[in-house]
Ligand binder design. Structure first.
Ligand SMILES: [Zn+2]
Length: 152
């Protein structure tokens, strides 16, 4: 079954902004939420400061995970960028991924446009399957102060 992840337009923008600000380095971060819905984007420093590798700063990662726990939120996704491609998980990504319950999101350029894709990783087989990413306009409206949460 294809996994689904729902992001608001504002959250997608936050991820893309974080990625673009850190060019040419890879950028990374966490997505907290419940079930298939993202409720918070937490940018994390890439401690390698590399254009081709990333490692989340351990202290920031720990702090973010603890915070998610106190907020009763799950780690629903981990994002990082591939400024030079590919748009899919690399061999290194498949070998280093430590959170099989979470989706891996990859941000990469397609021409001049940055695209976000989500993948479910099988860490034993070192394979991935693309998940369906749904960008919700309604969440964006809620965050801007319009509409009601019940409409989501
Ligand atoms: Zn990667």
């Amino acid at each position: 079954m294809t996994r689904i992840l729902r992001l608001s337009l504002a959250q997608e923008k936050m991820i893309l902004n974080h990625v673009i600000q850190h060019l040419p380095e890879e950028a990374c971060g966490l997505l907290g939420g419940q079930g298939e819905t993202v409720s918070v984007v937490i940018p994390v420093t890439n401690s390698l400061h590399s254009p081709v590798r990333f490692r989340m700063d351990p202290a920031e990662l720990l702090k973010a995970l603890e915070w998610l726990d106190t907020e009763d939120l799950d780690l629903v996704g981990i994002f990082h960028s591939h400024p030079r491609g590919p748009a899919t998980p690399s061999e290194t990504d498949l070998h280093e991924f430590a959170y099989p319950e979470s989706l891996m999101l990859i941000v990469s350029p397609v021409g001049k446009v940055w695209r976000l894709r989500a993948f479910e990783i099988n860490i034993e087989k070192r394979t991935y399957e693309e998940a369906r990413l749904i960008i919700e306009l309604s969440n964006f409206l809620n965050e801007a102060g319009f509409g009601s949460k019940e409409n989501i």
